[in-house]
Write a protein that binds this ligand. Structure first.
Ligand code: ADP
Length: 257
């Protein structure tokens, strides 16, 4: 008999997420926090807090994913982000495609087959320039909130090309553009173009089978979504709760024991 509820924890490098599902795998509740150095304690507090939110006396089964999954003591199993994201996306949407997960410090492209299983994947965890960190870093330099970036990129009337392929050099480029009086929104649009170009190139290595499904915190950025669709030449699908997709997939796996 399956449990009445199950939890998934995605201990990411930037955010730590916990998702609860009911016995049928329907999304029940979540908690999300910026990742803190004491991840073991943070994950324990996150799952007990979620259990309290739902009025559960005992902790339901937990599956952990994300780079810090080894530190989640409550987890009965630890599963890769590839498997969890594929599972979460297929359950949420009911079809496969190419899932691109852009997180704070890494990005992954996963081709999901028609049966929901991951067929191929590629990952960048070596270079900040293809991740959310690139946008966070440059947003801080420009004095703009990360959540505002996408709208400003889309509203720009021009675009400043950013040629550097490295976050540190891109920052120097931004400083000189600002020094020359370039329009801020045009710089932001150029930064998006640069990030999107790198991500789509990675996604092409797994085949880029439509539709393009976006997950991770950066999927909340409307500029990234629109420019990804243009660059890939295919529609972009945003699943519900894109930043929680890995934790949702982990919770579905926890239901299975
Ligand atoms: P991880 O799982 O790798 O820890 P997330 O998937 O939570 O990371 O993504 C974190 C990134 O999401 C941040 O680097 C930030 O750039 C981006 N992000 C978070 N919230 C928003 C938002 N509201 N709008 C745009 N980008 C966002």
């Amino acid at each position: 008999m399956s449990p009445a509820a199950a939890f998934g924890v995605d201990a990411g490098s930037t955010t730590c997420k916990a998702v609860a599902v009911d016995a049928a795998g329907e999304f029940l509740a979540f908690r999300l926090e910026a990742t803190r150095p004491r991840l073991e304690e943070q994950a324990a507090a996150l799952v007990s807090g979620l259990a309290t939110d739902l009025g559960l006396g005992d902790l339901p089964p937990v599956v952990a994913t994300g780079y810090g999954r080894g530190l989640v003591r409550e987890a009965a199993r630890r599963v890769t982000e590839i498997t969890c994201h594929a599972r979460g996306a297929f359950r949420a949407l009911g079809y496969g495609g190419t899932l691109v997960d852009i997180g704070g410090q890494d990005a992954k492209a996963i081709r999901i087959g028609p049966n929901g299983r991951p067929v191929d994947f590629a990952m960048n965890d070596k270079c900040a320039a293809g991740t959310g960190r690139f946008l966070e870093h440059t947003a801080a330099r420009l004095g703009v909130e990360v959540a505002e970036l996408g709208g400003r990129a889309l509203a720009a009337s021009g675009e400043e090309p950013i040629s550097s392929t490295c976050t540190v050099f891109a920052e120097s480029e931004i400083i000189s553009l600002i020094g020359r009086g370039a329009d801020l929104d045009a710089i932001i649009r150029g930064l998006h173009r640069s990030l999107v170009g790198r991500i789509v190139a990675m996604a092409r290595t797994v085949g880029l089978v439509p539709p393009l499904i976006l997950s991770g915190g950066v999927a909340l950025n409307s500029g990234v979504r629109q420019m990804m669709a243009e660059a890939a030449g295919m529609p972009v699908v945003l699943p519900p709760y894109p930043q929680l997709l890995g934790a949702y997939g982990a919770a579905l796996l926890a239901l299975e024991g």
